[in-house]
Design a protein around this ligand. Structure first.
Ligand code: CP
Length: 355
């Protein structure tokens, strides 16, 4: 069984296959209109969403398939205390493939332990958002023509921003990638991404305290929202929420071919005077999300039967405890899974350093 929980569940060649299929769907949409006839996608959204849930829905509809699911966990039996794994066992009786968004980190990975159908992580807490990453990669490819030798500026909430974490993991595997990290100290990139991902793969990164001084160096400016819902201290949110705002004046310092991406929704971090700039790619990025999800649904259903396709997050019970209160291992009865590398033990569900 092949699932998509983390961007690294896909090899670089599998990513290329998915991007190529998405580009073929864009060019020949009519050829795919019956491709999922008789199949059902379940969208299990325990956390709010506009783009991800509706683009999955539109994707399956354009493939000729059907969609079931819930957009609010309160309207499902989760509100009566049903666990993620029991919910998935039930949905397995109704659907061929499942897209799950959850505020609890590691919930989609826990789902894979019991599922008879492919699970797609549609965003788990602050941890990972691989289908947004596939959207971002298709957008970068379509805007700049390549995924190699790019300098990517990442702006805003790099601490809780799951889209940033997933994009970094994916882009470290492409030749010549460099990152510029632009965030207030309170929202700096977690150490596990800096060290276990960037340093391990020898990817260059530098930090900056403003957009203006680096905008001329980057090929992609990846803006993100400061996410109020991830803060426990609202005063801290108020202090940092408007730290970095991109506007038309700052865009004057950017390269002619630079592209501005944003997973959206935006609040104040991109002024509306940027929208008319041809380098503002964030609404084109939304549409790419539907095409790439069509390609993902097709590929995961195809790969389901292929015993050669590997899915293995590893991990075993090492007698430790995950310190993350928002990790599935602390909230539901799942088996403990820890991995040890370079003398550091991490929880496999959320990648937090174990106690
Ligand atoms: N980019 C993204 O995940 O948007 P939604 O939260 O609206 O799905």
């Amino acid at each position: 069984m092949k699932h998509l929980i983390d961007p690294t569940d896909l090899s670089v060649s599998e990513i290329s296959e998915i991007i190529a299929l998405a580009e073929d769907i864009i060019a020949h949409r009519e050829r795919y209109s019956e491709a999922c006839r008789g199949k059902k996608l379940a969208t299990l959204f325990y956390e709010p969403s506009t783009r991800t849930r509706l683009s999955f829905t539109a994707a399956m509809m354009e493939l000729g398939g059907n969609v079931i699911g819930f957009a609010d966990a309160k309207s499902s039996s989760v509100s009566k205390g049903e666990t993620v794994q029991d919910t998935v066992r039930v949905i397995n009786c109704f659907a061929d493939i499942i897209a799950m968004r959850h505020k609890v980190e590691g919930a989609p990975l826990a789902a894979t332990e019991v599922s008879r159908t492919p699970i797609i992580n549609a965003g788990d807490g602050s941890h990972s958002h691989p289908t947004q990453t596939m959207t971002d990669l298709l957008t970068i490819k379509r805007e700049l023509g390549t995924l190699n030798n790019l300098t990517i500026g990442l702006v805003g909430d790099l601490k809780y921003g799951r889209t940033v974490h997933s994009l970094i993991k994916a882009m470290t595997r492409y030749e010549g990638t460099k990152f510029v990290l632009i965030a207030p100290p309170e929202l700096a990139l977690p150490d596990y991404i800096k060290h276990d991902v960037c340093d391990r793969y020898g990817v260059e990164y530098r930090e900056s305290s403003d957009i203006e001084s680096v905008i001329g160096d980057v090929d992609i400016l990846y803006m993100t929202r400061v996410q109020q819902e991830r803060f426990t201290d609202l005063e801290e949110y108020e202090r940092v929420k408007d730290c970095f705002v991109l506007d038309a004046a700052k865009m004057r310092g950017a390269k002619e071919h630079m592209a501005v991406l944003h997973p959206l929704p935006r609040v104040n971090e991109i002024a509306i005077d940027v929208d008319a700039d041809p380098r503002a790619a964030y609404f084109r990025q939304v549409e790419n999300g539907k095409f790439v999800r069509m390609a993902l649904i097709l590929k995961l259903l195809e790969w389901q039967e292929d015993a050669e396709r590997k899915f293995d997050h590893g991990g075993k019970d090492l007698g430790c405890k995950c310190p993350n209160p928002l990790c599935i291992s602390n909230l539901e009865p799942v088996r403990p899974r820890f991995d040890k590398a370079d003398d550091v033990v991490r929880c496999v569900y959320c990648e937090s350093k174990a106690e």
